[in-house]
Design a binder for this molecule. Structure first.
Ligand SMILES: Nc1ncnc2c1ncn2[C@@H]1O[C@H](COP(=O)(O)OP(=O)(O)OP(=O)(O)O)[C@@H](O)[C@H]1O
Ligand SMILES: [Mg+2]
Length: 333
């Protein structure tokens, strides 16, 4: 039986690495900054450094994620990024075995790419586990019982909806929208309605700290952007009530897709979900007012996990301490 001692979650927003007996050892943006040259690309920054360059470079520089919608979109840069991350956590090549958290709908071809990637980065054994199962474990759910669990993970790039029986996925859906789409919608609407151009990093701060699903929330923040017409920097106060109509359609879509998933299930299964409650996880589940919004508009009971960004990777960490259960999950996937 292989002993796994590392877990990695390559999110569209952030990469998280967990080391057995140490805990979370890295959480950095899944981002690469590169500039085209006559012979290809020259690398300017990885992870946090790439994020710090966002919106601050000339137009030629691209800051992008090599993982898009849960798939490896650019193998070379994904490898470059992971080699950098594992060097940072002082991993000795070919000394460990790793589990990779992936979405439930992943194709066999994409599974192979993840295995190849982690082998190249220096892991002996590489196994894949569904993120949603790890989320349940992280949220303290007993995945060995016959009770059905449902997870709605609202991440940076995707919304992943999964129904779990024992330790495997019986139904799943992925929406190709996530926190990043909210950031873009905020930046675009402010440019269009108020004539101020703000960067995506500022839009993300607005989403995380000012946006709220309480329609009458009174949070606000002063942001500085560039006036569309005069091109002069201008400061401006943004209120949560300005952001509410921008973010609402996103959450309405998440609820609609979750309800469609539940209504498509046989009654014995949906009955369990109604008894257990739907788990909401992922970084965007931390948005202010989600609990109130779900109570008002979602037709099923719900639970918002604590520290939504880290529930899945912490669940994977717990599995590293229960290799028997971990091996059953790997066999079932
Ligand atoms: N308080 C908050 N309110 C709203 N969004 C938040 C908050 N805190 C973090 N986020 C957002 O959560 C997202 C990151 O969440 P998470 O780490 O779960 O995503 P990911 O795993 O990288 O992406 P994915 O699961 O889509 O591949 C980012 O868009 C971030 O801005
Ligand atoms: Mg995620």
């Amino acid at each position: 039986m292989t002993k796994y001692n590392y877990a990695i979650e390559l999110g569209g927003g952030q990469t998280k690495i967990y080391q057995k007996d140490c805990g979370l050892v890295l959480c950095e943006p899944t981002l690469v900054a590169a500039e085209p040259t006559s012979s290809g690309y020259s690398l300017l920054g990885l992870g946090k450094e790439a994020k710090a360059l966002m919106g601050k470079t000339n137009d030629e520089v691209e800051v992008f994620s090599p993982i898009v919608n849960g798939k490896i979109n650019n193998f070379e840069y994904a490898q470059e990024l992971l080699e950098y991350f594992f060097e940072k956590v002082k991993y000795k090549k070919n000394s460990g075995n790793i589990i990779v958290l992936v979405g439930c709908g992943i194709s066999n071809n994409d599974k192979k790419l993840y295995r190849d990637l982690l082998h190249k980065v220096g892991f002996k054994e590489v196994a894949l586990v569904p993120t949603a199962v790890c989320t349940c474990v992280g949220a303290g759910k007993n995945i060995s019982s016959t009770k059905i669990n449902m997870v709605v993970n609202i991440g940076g790039g995707n919304v992943d909806i999964s129904v779990i029986n024992r330790n495997s996925i019986i139904k799943g859906a992925t929406l190709g929208i996530g926190g990043r789409n909210i950031d873009s919608a905020i930046a675009q609407t402010i440019a269009y309605d108020d004539g101020i151009v703000i960067g995506l990093a500022t839009a993300e701060i607005l989403k995380n700290e000012v946006a709220s699903l309480f329609s009458n929330d009174t949070l606000n923040m002063e942001v500085t952007g560039v006036d569309v017409e005069s091109k002069v920097p201008r400061s401006y106060i943004i209120n949560s009530s300005d952001l509410y109509p921008i973010i609402l359609p996103f959450f309405d879509e998440v609820l609609r897709a979750s309800e469609v998933t539940i209504t498509s299930l046989p009654p014995e299964i949906s009955k369990d979900i109604i008894n257990n409650g739907v788990l909401f996880a992922g970084g965007v589940s931390q948005i202010s007012g989600l609990n109130d919004y779900l109570k008002k508009y979602f037709r099923y009971p719900s639970i918002i996990v604590e520290d939504g960004e880290f529930t899945s990777i912490n669940g994977a960490g717990k599995l590293l301490d229960d290799q028997e259960l971990l091996n059953r999950i790997i066999e079932n996937f």
